[in-house]
Design a protein around this ligand. Structure first.
Ligand code: SPV
Ligand code: MG
Length: 539
């Protein structure tokens, strides 16, 4: 239903209806949410929120601008307090057309002269408009409206200006004859006697609207029984806000902290809600091009690294310095350079010694008696977010960003990076995760995808195709499955010491395809003092 029609219904309703004052978008929405069926955009509060006087100091187009925000923020009709119509008949015509364009349902104009001032400031000194001239404003406004349901309420200021009931009735009659859709009868008395006397004599010739600001103590039932059409609560929201703002400003100024105010003010989230922030998020989903799935990283860094001796007496291996920066900081930089900034590190040995900023931490308290699988389970458990791809790597492996870029290009659920230079590790007799794949590294592997078959530390040399560097990418879609598998495996008796290559083999056993990306070099596993030295030139 059109807002104009809804306002007409309020005006014609046999019940006493109410309008609540609002002066900007958020107060209008608050009024609607409270259950009001209509809004009074009052001149007093609209000008006050701009910090100026209710004397046409804010231009009518500035009022119009704010009205547009109010109409956009609400679904209920707005009655504008249009003061005197901002001029003569010509200004009223233009006003009516502009109000219709901005979705305003009705306007109230008062029989005074431009520039007007508020009725409660020396009201009896205020000059009323010539009746005929004011009627020309009404007629021009009615002729200008494009929508038949748009309403023009005319406000009789006879009581305010110190005239009596007869003058009020004479004027109301003339305005009614000129086409006014309802009379707003205003009074500055502390009792409702003037408006009640008018209502009795007017005898229902047209709907009568009142503003009980000064006679606020009169019970609402009195208005109901008198048969008024609408009562306007004309300034209470802004007055309430003023008290709250004054108290809050003084408190913050005095205390220079937010402790005592924080719980007494609306949470920021409430502002978001009133602004309709969630609708924008939904719209972004609908309209914006889908961004590449974002990624996060999980770094397993629980072990001490005893082979480094004194170097790890007061810090875990991942905090050993390479070129003046902890190993972990090099790893974080490589992730950051690949656009991955959300990083979770699983700590174990001397957790408080790992304190790089902008990282979240999970602690494997049992690190001394467990192995990588338990740390992985611990890290996965600490971050239940499955909306991003996950990269897993070790806190003692430094690498070039190239490795991450190669992984990022895969669209597989599971992908690992395998170094083709595995002979060196075999020759040096160091423990390494060897893998056997669907095909060895060759030119062919460039155009035919390679998948993992087995991973172990003790593969027979003739079935080794490479060495796994500990990098694994799990797609967001596969993460729930991956979590399940890790949890099941970690819960098995005897798996407390399980290494990650066992997880790889378990994935294959469960029918998952684990994509293999062959590379040569570009990474370094820090296992010994020699490695620390070598890392200096690598980094
Ligand atoms: C307003 O709210 O701006 C009004 C009502 O016009 S009053 O302030 O009582 O004049
Ligand atoms: Mg006003």
């Amino acid at each position: 239903m059109k807002k104009t029609t809804r306002f007409r219904q309020l005006l014609a309703s046999p019940e006493l209806e109410f309008l609540i004052e609002a002066h900007n978008g958020i107060s209008a929405r608050i009024g609607e949410e409270a259950g009001f069926r209509g809004i009074w955009a009052g001149g007093l509060c609209m000008s006050a929120q701009y910090g100026v006087r209710d004397s046409n100091e804010a231009s009518w187009t500035q009022v119009l601008e704010m009205l547009e925000f109010m109409a956009d923020a609400t679904s209920i009709p707005i009655l504008l307090d249009g003061d005197t119509g901002y001029g003569n008949f010509n200004n009223v015509r233009r006003l009516v057309r502009k109000l219709e364009q901005r979705g305003i349902a009705a306007v109230c104009i008062e029989d005074k002269l431009y520039p007007k001032t508020n009725s409660f400031i020396d009201g009896d000194k205020q000059q009323l408009a010539d009746v005929d001239e004011f009627c020309s404003r009404i007629k021009a406004g009615k002729d200008a409206q494009a929508d038949d349901e748009f309403a023009i309420i005319t406000r009789v200021e006879a009581f305010i200006a110190g005239w009596g009931l007869d003058e009020a009735l004479r004027r109301a009659e003339a305005y009614h004859a000129a086409g006014s859709d309802g009379i707003l009868i205003h009074s500055a008395l502390a009792s409702a006697s003037e408006v009640l006397a008018f209502q009795r004599e007017w005898a229902g010739r047209s709907p009568v609207v009142i503003v009980p600001t000064k006679y606020h103590a009169t019970p609402t039932d009195v208005f109901r029984e008198a048969g008024f059409s609408i009562a306007i609560w004309a300034n209470q929201l802004l007055r309430a806000a003023v008290v709250a703002m004054q108290e809050t400003a003084r408190t913050i100024q005095r205390e220079q902290n937010l402790r005592s105010v924080e719980d007494r003010i609306a949470p920021v989230k409430e502002l978001f809600r009133l602004q309709g922030a969630s609708e924008l998020q939904e719209a972004e989903e609908r309209y914006l091009p889908k961004r590449q799935a974002r990624s996060r990283a999980l770094i397993l860094a629980a072990s001490r690294g005893s082979a480094l001796g004194e170097l790890t007496e007061h810090r875990p291996k991942t905090m050993v310095k390479i070129r003046g920066r902890p190993l972990l900081s090099h790893i974080v930089s490589a992730y950051n350079a690949a656009g991955i900034k959300r990083i979770n590190v699983v700590r174990g040995y001397l957790p408080e010694a790992i304190d790089l900023p902008a990282i979240s931490y999970a602690d494997n308290a049992d690190y001394a008696d467990t192995s990588e699988l338990v740390s992985l389970a611990c890290g996965l458990g600490s971050d239940p977010d499955d909306s991003m791809d996950l990269y897993v790597s070790y806190g003692d492996v430094i690498f070039k960003r190239y490795i991450l870029d190669a992984l990022a290009e895969t669209e597989d659920d599971f992908a690992i990076v395998v170094d083709t230079e595995w002979h060196e590790s075999v020759n040096r007799g160091r423990a390494a995760d060897y893998v056997s794949c669907t095909q060895p590294h060759s030119r062919r592997a460039f155009y035919q995808q390679t998948f993992l078959e087995r991973a172990a530390e003790d593969l027979p040399e003739n079935s080794i195709h490479g060495e796994w560097m500990g990098f694994m990418k799990i797609s967001a879609a596969a993460l729930p499955r991956f979590r399940g598998m890790v949890a099941t495996l970690a819960a098995e008796p005897g798996s407390r010491k399980a290494k990650l290559h066992e997880l790889l083999t378990a994935l294959v056993r469960n029918g998952e395809q684990v994509r293999v990306i062959y590379t040569t070099g570009h990474w370094l596993d820090i296992d010994s003092l020699e490695d620390v030295v070598a890392a200096g030139s690598f980094a």
